[in-house]
Design a protein around this ligand. Structure first.
Ligand code: HEM
Ligand SMILES: *[C@@H]1O[C@H](CO)[C@@H](O)[C@H](O)[C@H]1NC(C)=O
Ligand SMILES: *[C@@H]1O[C@H](CO)[C@@H](O)[C@H](O)[C@H]1NC(C)=O
Length: 519
């Protein structure tokens, strides 16, 4: 008995060391991390980051020492269980990989995009020719008219928010969780400006009944709970007798129903247009997507794809922006001088009638820089994963100048947290300093990626953020209450260092703020 067990153990050990040596060889013995579990596997990600397990948060938790103190542009992570992966903290490597990715044909790993595929193929998850078709229809659907609409709707939504929260007659308001409000705001903007859904503002603290789940609640459940958990939970588990799982299934089916209804309604609306004017011309993003149903081949979308992209835009369009916007408010509260600068800039741009249209918002360069700097510190899109279909060589400068070849089939994680905290690229990376973005061209806004798959919602997010900040900062001075004898510096490290994944986006945990009326 003992002999059998020992023999089995020996075989197992021999097998593991043999397969492990193959894994090391597959990455050409490139130095890096050798953990038991892969950080991108379900188990590895579920276990918190600690000395033996990198987990989901290693890049953030170890941001000052990662990549051997940023002395290596590329490292390998070779786990005992799971596949080896390359990680890069280098902006030049990111650019080399992504600039020509159309030609190189990299693919987004499906395991990492399955979660957003539930409602249909879409721009976020598609690859190859399918991606090209989606990109051709979806990206140009965001137009200058969309930005005009954002400036109008942001003003309206801000007013609704203040009224619903009963802040208008207060001198000082204490908000325990500003993130909640911002998430509602961001979902409201994408719903109104992308999809023409005039959702009224509902207070994030009101609870829904189980029978009837409102659209924002369903979307929030899906975005913050279902999508991340669906990467881990098997399908059958949704039928287990658990209230939480039942709610999740309820959210999934409610959202599917809502989106189906949106599409049906829009189809009827469009077919009702008989006066011959080009409806896609004057429409919102959604009208343009649905108009794609009329066409076939290279410029058309199937109904399920319209629904898929509806979800993709709603999801990508609110999680990321709201994460960065919450972080921006936190940083502004800690940096009163920068906030004052933004306030003065906003006052100077405000015309006599008080209205802030796209023209006025375009003048708010410092306010926008505050948003960009927060997106650098806490990048909402924390990784850009790619599998290469051919050997790909990239030039590196660290630890020594040379070339690294990623063999065909290998997986590379472009680590956006590490890139944006790399002292080679950003001097004093731990300091929040908006001025580093002054005059930087749109091309060089690294947090929106680069190349053919660059974020098509960049300007959407910028317009939304600046508009929200302009209205909020004009009315309120925002501050943060120091607690238990901490200095403001210590408090900043504690509050802003406390991050997590909100759905699939990376962001700061709930920030509590004090709003002091400006008048
Ligand atoms: C601060 C806000 C945002 C940040 C930091 C951000 C960042 C990014 C990044 C880094 C990518 C590339 C991902 C990859 O290639 O793996 C991306 C793609 C994408 N983003 Fe954004 N994004 C933001 C806001 C938005 C908004 C508001 C929308 C929609 C209105 C949007 C829609 C998309 C879509 C559809 C893609 C996929 C594009 C493609 O693969 O062709 N994003 N975003
Ligand atoms: C959209 O607006 C920008 C800036 O105002 C302008 O440069 C651009 O030409 C406009 N695009 C179209 C298609 O009108
Ligand atoms: C790497 O450097 C070599 C020599 O300078 C150059 O020919 C090549 O194009 C570079 N590769 C990339 C991907 O930039």
């Amino acid at each position: 008995m003992l002999i059998t067990a020992l023999t089995a153990a020996c075989f197992l050990a021999a097998y593991f060391s043999w397969s492990y040596s193959l894994k090391l060889k597959s990455v050409n013995y490139l130095p890096g991390m050798r953990p038991p579990l892969s950080a991108i596997s379900a188990f590895g990600a579920l276990i918190p980051t600690s000395w033996w397990n990198p987990g989901l948060h290693w890049s953030w938790e170890w941001r000052k020492t990662n990549y051997f103190n940023y002395k290596h542009d590329v490292i390998s992570m070779v786990p005992l269980i799971g596949r080896p992966v390359y990680y890069t903290c280098s902006l030049p490597v990111m650019k080399q990989l992504l600039k020509e990715e159309g030609k190189l044909g990299h693919i987004k790993p499906t395991e990492m995009t399955d979660a957003v595929l539930v409602w249909g193929q879409n721009l976020l998850s598609a690859n190859g020719d399918v991606w090209k078709r989606h990109r051709r229809i979806v990206a140009p659907a965001i137009t200058n008219e969309t930005y005009e609409l954002i400036s109008q709707q942001a003003a309206a939504l801000y007013e609704d928010m203040v009224r619903a929260a009963k802040w208008e007659n207060e001198q000082v308001v204490t908000v325990n969780n500003i993130n909640q409000y911002i998430r509602r705001f961001a979902l409201g903007i994408i719903s109104r400006c992308g999809f023409g859904l005039q959702m009224p503002w509902t207070d994030p603290n009101t609870k829904n009944t189980e029978e009837e789940m409102s659209f924002p609640t369903a979307m929030e459940w899906v975005a913050t709970t279902l999508v991340p958990w669906s990467l881990v939970l098997p399908r059958w588990s949704y039928r287990l007798p658990s209230k939480w799982l039942r709610n999740m299934e309820h959210a999934r089916s409610s959202l599917a129903e809502y989106m189906n209804t949106f599409v049906e309604t829009k189809v009827q609306e469009i077919s009702g247009v008989t006066d011959g004017d080009d409806h896609a011309q004057r429409g919102d993003i959604f009208t343009r997507l649905v108009a794609g149903l009329d066409r076939s081949g290279k410029t058309g979308l199937e109904k399920q794809e319209v629904i898929g992209n509806t979800f993709a835009l709603m999801f990508a369009g609110h999680e990321t922006t709201s994460s960065v916007l919450s972080a921006t408010l936190g940083y502004l509260a800690f940096h009163q001088d920068e906030q004052e600068k933004a306030y003065q800039e906003i006052l100077a741009a405000t015309p006599a009638n008080g209205e802030l249209g796209t023209e006025e918002l375009a003048k708010l360069t410092h306010t926008l820089a505050c948003f960009h700097e927060s997106a650098r510190m806490i990048p909402a899109a924390h990784v850009i994963p790619r599998d290469v279909i051919d050997d790909v060589a990239v030039n590196v400068t660290s630890p020594t100048p040379g070339t690294i070849v990623f063999p065909k089939g290998s997986r590379i994680i472009i680590d956006m947290v590490a890139i944006h905290h790399n002292p080679e690229t950003f001097l004093d990376p731990e300091v929040w300093r908006p001025s580093r973005w002054y005059g930087v061209s749109e091309h060089d806004l690294t947090m929106f990626s680069t190349g053919p798959r660059v974020c098509p919602g960049r300007k959407f997010a910028q317009m939304e953020a600046v508009s929200f900040l302009a209205h909020l900062l004009r009315d309120w001075k925002i501050d943060i209450e120091p607690r238990n004898g901490e200095t403001r510096k210590q408090l900043e490290e504690r509050v802003m260092g406390n991050t997590k994944f909100i759905g699939l986006a990376f962001g700061v945990r709930p920030v509590g703020l004090k709003l002091i009326a400006r008048k």
